[in-house]
Write a protein that binds this ligand. Structure first.
Ligand code: SF4
Length: 348
């Protein structure tokens, strides 16, 4: 597999009147061409800040304290802003939770798809229109030709999300970053949008980074998962590693808080008790210690290193140390595959 993205020891902070909030504290990961990676964790764990750092879209008080982002042969932390704008327009697409952050309410959907093709791809208006119609069709928008003339407010929530996916893909980027793309949608539409992303990745070969607080969302779309907590990646592995062989107590907590889609009985879900750490003053030891049922003395004193627990599977937890007490995973085998969602082309 060819490497597309390599993030090395990334550190990002935000200055506030109370001091610097260390939102991302040494994050490293990679993504291969055409691969789908999930980044999962509670809100405030640093997952969205990592992506905003990558896109160089941090708020004014944000600062990259260290690290490197290598994308398609370019160092995104170093290239001039003008070049970065081209990367954002052409090579990396973004999908947000609220489609209205990307769609302009004042322009028709058609105009919003045609314009970037004329600007970035040098297409004539006629060529751009044809490509836009094709893209709307590809993302499952019925009667694309007449939909081109409509404004975003004339679309339903699910259709708006599809239009935004069309927009993020229109310049054929090598990678898309989807930040909580389905959180605002109801369960059925959510499943359909996830199936759409999966199909598009297979058809177009676009690499995907899917950011979510819900481990259930990444199961069907991603082949690898990074679990983030307190500004760090605490566990990384294949989707099977994370669902069937998780080693980190925080990942166990996340698994306990999602319903099993195949279960016949209504299960009692267990949210993770307690609050995330204050990243103004990150703890000396493991950031999860205050909420962890297995915390030991060493957990409070020293940050756990990443332990290799399988091929490409790592967990930053002292329980993985050879001298640690043996603890059984509390997670029973979790069947995460779900039925393919039905097509929604009848949805208005
Ligand atoms: Fe719990 Fe210690 Fe592992 Fe942290 S290092 S998750 S506190 S057992």
């Amino acid at each position: 597999m060819e490497r597309l993205l390599e993030v090395k020891d990334l550190k990002t902070s935000f200055s506030t009147k109370f001091g610097d909030v260390q939102s991302v504290r040494g994050v490293s990961f990679h993504l291969d061409k055409g691969e789908a990676l999930g980044i999962v964790g509670e809100s405030g764990c640093g997952k969205s800040v990592t992506m905003m750092t990558l896109m160089r879209l941090l708020a004014d008080n944000g600062k990259v304290e260290g690290g490197e982002i290598l994308f398609n042969g370019k160092n995104l932390t170093k290239i001039p802003e003008k070049e970065m704008q081209k990367v954002r327009g052409n090579e990396i697409g973004m999908i947000f939770q609220d489609p209205m952050t990307s769609l302009n309410p004042l322009y028709t959907i058609g105009n919003q798809l045609i314009e970037p093709l004329m600007t970035h791809k040098d297409m004539s208006k006629k060529e751009a229109k044809e490509a836009a119609i094709k893209m709307l069709e590809m993302v499952g928008i019925p009667s694309p030709e007449s939909r081109m003339k409509q404004y975003p407010h004339e679309f339903s929530g699910g259709m708006r999300q599809r239009a935004m996916i069309a927009m993020s893909l229109i310049c054929q980027p090598t990678m898309i970053i989807a930040d909580e793309p389905t959180t605002a949608l109801d369960v059925t539409i959510q499943a359909q949008i996830l199936d759409l992303m999966k199909d598009l990745r297979e058809k177009l070969g676009t690499a995907i980074i899917l950011i979510t607080h819900d481990l259930g969302v990444v199961a069907d779309v991603c082949s690898r998962i990074n679990v983030m907590y307190g500004g760090k990646i605490v566990e990384t592995g294949t989707t099977e590693d994370i669902f069937y062989r998780a080693k980190h107590p925080y990942t166990w907590g996340l698994l306990n808080s999602i319903p099993n889609p195949k279960s016949e009985v209504r299960e009692k879900l267990r949210p993770i008790e307690g609050q995330p750490p204050d990243l103004l003053k990150p703890p000396t030891g493991c950031a999860f210690a205050a909420r962890c049922d297995y915390a030991m003395k060493v957990c409070l004193e020293k940050q756990p290193p990443e332990f290799n627990v399988g091929e490409g599977h790592k967990s930053a937890c002292w329980l993985c140390h050879e001298n640690a007490p043996k603890v059984e995973s509390p997670i029973k085998r979790y069947d995460f595959s779900r039925e393919k969602a039905t097509d929604i082309r009848s949805e208005k």
